[in-house]
Design a binder for this molecule. Structure first.
Ligand code: BV8
Length: 238
């Protein structure tokens, strides 16, 4: 790691929040195992039974509100503070706010955020950690039964893709932390970064669906492996 990196792209998934006590999606007791994904994370499900989908996310909010960042999130804050790059950005698939709680900057939630609600009528986005039901109305346009968690469902386009495209085209270091590499287009970002000449590192507990696309794999809990990696990067830059 003697190369001095100027633009670092950090992609995170549910695994970076696992040591904060939050469920991942595809482990044996993951979120999807307890609910058919078709029942909760699709726009069809939302239109079919709005309050069932609201309840799934209402139930999730208190745990995510109380969750605390772990050493993996804090290592990113240290990297952003101490490493002499031009830009270090976090592109997260997670809907929790642990990156922000840890003090990370330049965080982009491409699959949305649990504490944001969007009005499907006027597009207004507002924040709440409370419950939402089909009886609630938009604080801006007043329309009822058109509020949806500002979370990207399957079949919906991702948020911030203009930013992601720009960051990928400039990055010289691509780090993936705690994602199974199953969900697209996020699982394809590493391939784009590689095409632009970036070094690619994958942090996970096990091999993943797209692990062949990474130059290096660092196995183990991210709360241990990422702080070690960040310290090595900072030391090599001195
Ligand atoms: C879109 C919202 C088009 C809900 C989510 C066929 C082929 C390719 C693609 C497709 C296809 N058919 C359909 C598609 C597209 C589809 C897709 O990818 N489907 C999959 C099933 C094949 N994608 C979409 O629909 C996307 N939209 O393509 O739109 C379009 C374009 C233009 C215009 C209109 C439409 C939308 C994708 C977003 C869907 N929403 N979530 C919610 O979050 O509640 S996806 C869901 O998966 C979450 O967001 C989650 O973040 C994401 C990825 O999961 P991971 O974060 O990776 O979590 P997972 O549990 O899987 O893995 C955790 C990892 O951590 C594991 O590897 C584990 O080993 C590791 N780990 C655990 N502990 C630790 C650890 N690592 C380190 N340390 C630890 N301690």
């Amino acid at each position: 790691m003697t190369r001095l990196y100027k633009n670092i792209f950090i992609l995170t998934g549910a695994g970076i929040s696992a040591e904060s006590g939050l469920s991942t999606f595809r482990s044996e007791n993951g979120l999807w195992n307890n609910h058919r994904v078709e029942d909760v994370a699709t726009i069809e499900a939302y239109y079919r039974n709005q309050d069932f989908v609201h309840q799934f996310y209402n139930d999730m909010r208190p745990e995510l509100f109380a969750a605390k960042p772990n050493p993996a999130h804090l290592a990113i804050t240290k990297l952003q503070k101490e490493y002499p790059a031009d830009n270090i950005s976090v592109v997260t698939q997670n809907v929790d706010t642990l990156h922000e709680k840890a003090g990370n900057n330049n965080v982009y939630h491409i699959h949305g955020q649990i504490n944001q609600i969007v009005c499907m009528h006027c597009g207004h986005v507002f924040e709440t950690w409370g419950d939402i039901t089909s009886e609630d109305s938009c604080p801006k346009c007043g329309t009822t039964a058109m509020l949806k968690p500002n979370i990207v469902f399957f079949g919906e386009s991702l948020l911030y893709m203009d930013v992601v495209d720009r960051l990928l085209s400039k990055c010289d270091l691509f780090i993936s932390v705690g994602t199974s590499g199953v969900i697209y287009p996020a699982a394809g970002f590493v391939q784009i970064a590689k095409a632009y000449g970036a070094d690619t590192f994958e942090f996970n507990m096990e091999t993943t669906s797209n692990n062949y696309l990474f130059d290096k794999h660092i196995y183990g809990p991210a709360g241990t492996t990422l702080p070690q990696f960040v310290d090595e990067l900072i030391k090599a830059a001195k």
